[in-house]
Design a protein around this ligand. Structure first.
Ligand code: PEP
Ligand code: MG
Length: 561
């Protein structure tokens, strides 16, 4: 028996079963060089491989959007030119040229700071594998051999793998590679299967047919569990399933405390797929649509039409419920492949978010026009990030007014009365909260940044991560001050930072009077369950005491009690 602890849960759940270890065909390229006379033949072989891959992907794209992206990638001129140049100029055979080109692009993605972008490198690799199979005339059939209930253990799993897998028999996934935003994670969450990703060394620790007990919620894997461990996991499984059933029932109930205080439970999303996955959790709306992914996934600033299509779909999917769409929040740790931000000493204090938008007015106006137009199709609200001054807010609103005028002149349909709000994520915006509150339709507190800027603690620096604490009295008082200022002006105050889904924070935020809690959709039912067993009157008392604490340890003690 061997126990492995894993940090990253991709999709929660508890299961036991036999391991099915995926063995892939050898797709490494032959390293021999070609002569001049062979160049034409190799080019033709590569082009035939593209055609064959395109034919497969066109069929697959009908049922899964991910393959639509692969279909585009397989025809991408940069990839094509990269491979052909190597065949012609470096006299490498088609397989080797493909391998080197794909590795180069995958490495560029892998180097990016943003996890989401890093995972796009796996799309590139997946397309590369498909082309390689075509060139080598082999089938990747490892996954089609599953004929009994198993836990699939693999180096990595690609979306194309689900197409050949008999999902009826799949109990869960464990992969050596991948992050929580990788396709295997998204896939597992969509299929409601437990999954653990990024499990280093798992292929050495597990052999085909080994018994596995996995708890994807707490991140433990036991290989060949003994009787006691099996009994323990059987109990865990039962408890988990019972809890899931309870949560599914709770998700249908109102977000209300036993003494009648209601709040809104919203979801944070990054694309349409996320919205579709969030809806079954019975959310009250979208509290943060991070539009930067739309920009980061592209190789150009997305056009007004491209953006309009996405925002319109979002509005329609929500059927009249609020969709708060944040304008571009780029810079800091989020880069664009097609725009050079230049090197900065302090990127988080630098050229980012609204600062970029007010500098690149055309980019900003394109987005604002798309948002205004989408506003005609549902309850779209606009939210500006990282505001530090009333001047910035005024300038953003001036540009919005210009966009409205343009659309009016063009006779285009749009929402004249679109509600505009702002994120509170800088200490400056807290200090000026009264001034802002009279000028916007709502506030949403971004605790991820508000914590880092209030405490001057970099949110991504592991060395000082113990100091990054949203329960610090300065952060909590900034939150309270924001809520009070918002309410004094009669506007709604929400929160879309991670703190909104922290069960320990719930009574304090509730007691402070937070109106809307926005979080990853998977956390909504747990928070709702917690809320439904929390007394608002007691939460208010607790929040009053917490707001007066000067020491972190006093706050901790109050919350423990
Ligand atoms: C925040 O800062 O809390 C927030 C929600 O924005 P992001 O995490 O995208 O910076
Ligand atoms: Mg932020």
């Amino acid at each position: 028996m061997k126990t492995i602890n894993v940090k990253r849960t991709a999709s929660k759940g508890v299961v036991m079963g036999k391991a099915y270890v995926v063995k892939r065909p050898d797709l490494s390229a032959d390293r021999s060089m070609i002569s001049d006379s062979m160049v034409e033949k190799e080019v033709a072989r590569y082009e035939a491989a593209i055609e064959a891959a395109k034919a497969d992907l066109s069929v697959l794209a009908e049922t899964n959007a991910i393959f639509g992206a692969h279909l585009e990638l397989v025809q991408d001129p940069t990839l094509y030119d990269g491979v052909i140049d190597k065949i012609k100029d470096e006299k490498k055979n088609a397989e080797l040229s493909l391998e080197e080109t794909v590795d180069m692009f995958a490495a560029i993605f892998a180097d990016m700071d943003d996890e989401y972008m890093r995972e796009r490198g796996s799309d590139m690799k997946d397309v590369g594998k498909r082309l390689m199979c075509k060139l080598k005339g082999v089938e990747d059939s490892a996954l089609s051999g599953i004929t009994e209930k198993v836990i699939v253990v693999a180096q990595d799993l690609a979306p194309s793998d689900t197409a050949v897998m008999n999902l009826e028999y799949v109990l869960g996934f464990i992969t050596q590679e991948g992050g929580v935003t990788s396709h295997v994670s998204i896939m597992a969450r969509n299929l409601n299967l437990p999954a653990l990703v990024g499990v280093e060394g798992i292929l050495e620790d597990v052999a085909m047919g080994d018994e596995i007990a996995m708890d994807a919620k707490n991140g433990t894997i036991i290989v060949n569990p003994d009787e006691a461990a099996k009994a323990e996991y059987a109990q865990k499984m039962e408890a988990f399933q019972k809890r899931e059933k309870e949560l599914a029932e709770i998700s249908l109930l109102p977000a209300e405390t036993p003494d009648g205080k209601t709040v809104e439970l919203f979801a944070n999303v990054g694309n349409i797929e996320d919205i579709k996955n969030a809806l079954p959790h019975h959310i009250d709306g979208i509290g943060l649509f991070r539009t930067e992914f739309l920009y980061m996934e592209n190789d150009h600033f997305p056009t007004e039409e491209e953006q309009f299509a996405v925002y319109k779909e979002a509005a329609e999917l929500l059927e009249g419920k609020e969709v708060i769409i944040r304008t571009l929040d780029i810079g800091g740790d989020k880069e664009l492949s097609y725009f050079d931000f230049g090197k900065e000493e302090n990127p988080f204090l630098g050229y980012r978010a609204i600062r970029v938008c007010l500098d690149k007015e055309d980019v900003f106006k394109t987005q604002l026009r798309a948002l205004l137009r989408a506003g005609a199709y549902g309850n779209v609200r606009i939210m500006y990030p990282m505001i530090i001054s009333v001047e910035e807010l005024d300038r953003a609103n001036e540009l919005l007014a210009i966009c409205k005028e343009e659309l009016r002149a063009e006779g285009k349909e749009f929402n004249e009365d679109i509600v505009v709000g702002m994120m509170i994520e800088t200490p400056a915006s807290v200090v000026l909260a009264d001034d802002f509150a009279s000028r916007v339709g709502f506030f949403s507190i971004g605790t991820n940044d508000l914590t880092q800027y209030t405490l001057a603690v970099d949110r991504g620096n592991k060395k000082i991560s113990h100091m990054y604490n949203s329960f610090h009295p300065a952060v909590l008082r900034n939150i309270k001050r924001t809520i009070d200022a918002g309410h004094a002006a009669g506007i709604k105050v929400g929160m879309c930072g991670e703190f909104a889904s922290d069960p320990k924070a719930l009574p304090v935020l509730l007691g402070f009077g937070l109106d809307e809690f926005s979080m990853s959709a998977g956390a909504v039912s747990e928070v709702k369950a917690e809320l439904r067993s929390t007394s608002y009157a007691e939460a208010q008392e607790l929040a009053d005491k917490v707001a007066k604490c000067a020491y972190v340890k006093e706050i901790d003690a109050l919350l423990e009690a």
